[in-house]
Design a protein around this ligand. Structure first.
Ligand SMILES: *Cc1c(COP(=O)(O)O)cnc(C)c1O
Length: 235
């Protein structure tokens, strides 16, 4: 078995154990394999091990990978999520090539994604990014801004609001991680009350996935535990 296959199995086992630990079904948690900076060969290994859902952070790198696999028989079975910061001038590439965007944090970006979504594709699934704890980060809105942005996004024709995403500031201890993720889950439940199509809470990475699942995450974004540490020295 290859390392990536083995790692994927370990991650799936960790998700299952975390879910069972809080009386949730493992199937409630989607595993998004975050393949940023990794070559297509690594993604191909993950596909061979049954993985179908992938996340990319950099628009051009992500589009290159989407197009690479679109030309192959398995391409049609893959689900690509854009999870990086999105500048307006790159929104068209996301609208034309991805199934999901996790990082909507202003109406202008959502409007552009809706306007630029090709007519022959289903609506782009979008998540609103919340800046839940990381005051240093410029990405994401504060929770007080959520009702107004959600209402405006829901009115757009070619995007579909599916939920919320967060990248909390890193915390070592489990209880602190859990406390932040619970604030996100409360906001998610409140949003669901207004918009029944909301079903996705994207939170949890390699170092905090257990707490995220305990707090109600429905999608964990895992890079390092699947593909190994990233090397940014070449870029
Ligand atoms: C890189 C990245 C991840 C994956 O992080 P790991 O710690 O490697 O699992 C998840 N979410 C986002 C938004 C990322 O940029």
């Amino acid at each position: 078995m290859s390392t990536i296959q083995q790692n994927l199995q370990d991650v799936r086992n960790r998700i299952a154990a975390a879910a069972q630990g809080c009386a949730r079904a493992p199937e409630e948690v989607t595993l998004l394999a975050v393949s940023k900076t990794k070559p297509v060969a690594a993604i191909a290994e993950a596909i061979a091990a049954g993985q179908r859902t992938f996340g990319e952070n950099y628009v051009q790198e992500g589009v290159d990978k989407v197009q690479h696999f679109a030309a192959l028989p398995e391409g049609a079975t893959l689900d690509w999520h854009f999870i990086g910061p999105l500048q307006s001038n790159k929104s068209r590439l996301v609208a034309e090539h991805f199934a999901w965007c996790h990082t909507v944090d202003r109406l202008r970006i959502a409007q552009r994604l809706s306007d630029q979504r090709p007519a022959d594709m289903p609506p782009l699934n979008v998540l609103i990014q919340i800046n839940i704890s990381d005051e240093q980060s410029k990405s994401g809105i504060v929770l007080a801004e959520l009702p107004a942005l959600a209402e405006a996004v829901v009115a757009l024709p070619n995007v579909r609001l599916r939920g919320l995403m967060a990248i909390p500031a890193p915390q070592e201890d489990y209880q602190s991680q859990l406390a932040v993720f619970r604030q996100m889950h409360d906001a998610f439940l409140a949003l669901q009350q207004h918009y029944p199509q909301v079903d996705t809470l994207s939170m949890g990475m390699t170092d905090d996935m257990t707490a995220a699942i305990a707090a109600g995450s429905t999608l964990v974004r895992i890079g390092t535990a699947i593909f190994g540490a990233r090397d940014y020295s070449q870029s």
